[in-house]
Design a protein around this ligand. Structure first.
Ligand SMILES: C[S@@+](CC[C@H](N)C(=O)[O-])C[C@H]1O[C@@H](n2cnc3c(N)ncnc32)[C@H](O)[C@@H]1O
Length: 236
């Protein structure tokens, strides 16, 4: 039986005409973009079939190789641009310990609710236990002891993204364009992480013009892999 819906907390339409409602319905926290009447609610859904397919693709898939998870399990990964946490949850399900950093408080609340539901699901609980959510700017976390830092900033007309086009549109309207993504990369490159992986659409220019150590390319997306100068030696 699902809990009775809590009263919605609508925000007045802003100058751009956007109006969001954060509500609890059917036992989950969800975001409704009232200015898109045809769109469904946005919520963190790590139990979706699309996420299960990504997990089933295993440690040889692009995302896992970008993080270095194909070589060693139990990596400590900072997902510096958590969003709806699909990449982060996939990495946790493949054995990593992942900290999801999300600076937009509404998105961070959606993530916390998604983790709560995942912990209650036997199929997802183990991965959810390896996930921590930090509501704040990832730049404040880069100095900790990470094996890998992952960045997946917003990009205009994103190709094969972890999220559907409508979800991405709502997320972009809520959280912005990540225009400072190159600054986040600079902070990550000054860290002790063994590697920094930046997810980009295949044809996108290099973030901040920074040339990576190497690239991993898929059909629509690529990862630019950097080796911060301060990184201790770890096997490639
Ligand atoms: C394109 S989405 C990431 C999608 C994500 N990879 C997924 O699987 O759902 C980018 C997210 O990163 C967040 N973000 C951008 N810069 C950030 C920063 N410096 N610290 C924390 N969060 C950040 C944005 O608020 C946005 O929610």
């Amino acid at each position: 039986m699902s809990a009775a819906p809590q009263p919605a907390s609508p925000t007045p339409a802003d100058a751009r005409g956007f109006s969001f409602v954060l509500e609890t319905r059917d036992g989950r926290l969800q975001l409704v973009a009232r200015h898109h009447p045809g769109y469904g609610p946005v919520f963190v859904d790590w139990l979706a079939a699309a996420v299960a397919r990504r997990i089933a693709a295993g440690r040889r898939q692009l995302l896992a190789r970008a993080a270095g998870l194909h070589q060693r399990s139990g990596l400590r990964i900072l997902d510096a641009t958590a969003g709806m946490g699909r990449d982060g949850f996939t990495l946790a399900a493949l054995g990593a310990h992942v900290t999801l950093a999300e600076r937009n408080p509404t998105v961070a609340a959606l993530l916390a609710d998604g983790r709560r539901r995942a912990l209650a699901d036997p199929a997802a609980a183990a991965a959810a236990q390896r996930l921590e959510i930090v509501a704040g700017d990832a730049r404040d976390l880069v100095e900790a002891d990470w094996d890998a830092i992952l960045l997946d900033p917003m990009y205009p007309a994103q190709g094969k993204a972890a999220l559907s086009k409508k979800e991405l549109q709502v997320l972009r309207e809520l959280a912005g364009d990540d225009a400072d993504a190159a600054d986040v990369l600079e902070a990550a490159l000054r860290s002790r992480a063994a590697r920094v992986a930046v997810k980009r659409p295949l044809q996108a220019p290099l973030l901040g013009g920074r040339v990576p150590a190497f690239q991993l390319k898929g059909t629509q997306a690529r990862f630019d892999i950097y080796r911060p100068a301060r990184a201790e030696f770890r096997p490639a």
